[in-house]
Design a protein around this ligand. Structure first.
Ligand code: IPE
Ligand code: IPE
Ligand code: MG
Length: 266
């Protein structure tokens, strides 16, 4: 067993529930080929609550547990980047009360989880039009980012007021601003230049995109970056998503043959 595998296995010691199947699934994961970047569309909170005859917001609250377990699992697996889709630019269409609860839960989460993020060497960042969020949220986000800025472990990215198309518009605006601020002579528009203006500049593209609740669509998430991501969809609703589900996604990912338009390496 390699040093990395040993280290990863040790990270999970005392955290695997006996009889849950987690240990067997972890055993099936090739620790040398953990996806560098996993992006997750956390969907199904409302349906989870509906099934229990609870208000939708109960589903959002229950989903926080899944976020915590998923972030911890990613860190233990020594993943580089985990991006969670928490609020889209389209989600403003929902009733104001639901939006307000989501924002309140976010604030609560940031306050409660900061210590755990620090303890686990996790760096917190966001992607999306943060400047349009309530100033009290912006403040909380800025604190979490500043306090974790020098952490060197997992990068935990939360997509907030995020839209893939909005991101492309913002990137193009930035590119044009760049062009007009220089004399333009050494300026060219190419994939690299555009990618460097995205919210994800400098990060590897997602290797794996997970969507919960069985919906077969990308809902305006990371449109540019998922060009060659492997997609894994589960019927599990987000509040039921656990370490075991995350392991299953990674195992499925590791069985895929990523060709990038070329020929199979096998
Ligand atoms: C995902 O759950 C959370 C957000 C989009 C904020 P939903 O609230 O979309 O739950 P469903 O899809 O209605 O079940
Ligand atoms: C996607 O879920 C957005 C987030 C998870 C934040 P939605 O519930 O908003 O997506 P649709 O409406 O089913 O496409
Ligand atoms: Mg939904």
């Amino acid at each position: 067993m390699s040093l990395l595998s040993r280290e990863i296995r040790a990270n999970f010691e005392g955290h695997l529930k006996p009889g849950s199947g987690e240990e067997e699934l972890l055993g099936q994961i090739d620790c040398q080929r953990i996806p560098r970047h996993v992006a997750i569309i956390m969907d199904g909170n409302g349906r989870w609550a509906q099934k229990r005859r609870l208000p939708r917001v109960a589903g959002h609250r229950a989903g926080i547990y899944s976020v915590r377990e998923t972030v911890e699992t990613a860190a233990r697996l020594r993943m580089q980047v985990l991006t969670l889709y928490a609020f889209s630019v389209e989600n403003w269409k929902r009733p104001a009360s639901e939006v307000a609860t989501l924002m309140r839960l976010l604030k609560e989460f940031l306050r409660k989880e900061l210590a755990t993020l620090l303890k686990n060497n996790i760096r917190f960042e966001t992607l999306g039009r943060i400047q349009e969020l309530d100033p009290s949220i912006q403040k909380e986000l800025a604190i979490a980012k500043a306090k974790t800025a020098t952490n060197t472990g997992l990068l935990f990215n939360v997509a907030l007021n995020y839209g893939g198309r909005a991101e492309l518009v913002d990137a193009v605006k930035q590119l044009i601003a760049c062009k007009t601020s220089t004399d333009g002579s050494d300026f060219s528009i190419n994939e690299e230049a555009l990618a460097s203006c995205l919210y994800t500049a400098g990060l590897p593209d997602p290797d794996l995109m997970v969507r919960t609740s069985g919906e077969l669509r990308v809902s305006n998430f990371l449109l540019w970056q998922i060009a060659y991501a492997e997609i894994w969809v589960t019927d599990t609703l987000w509040p039921d998503f656990r370490m075991k589900d995350f392991f299953e996604a990674i195992i499925a990912y590791q069985k895929r043959d990523r060709r990038y338009g070329g020929l199979s390496s096998q």
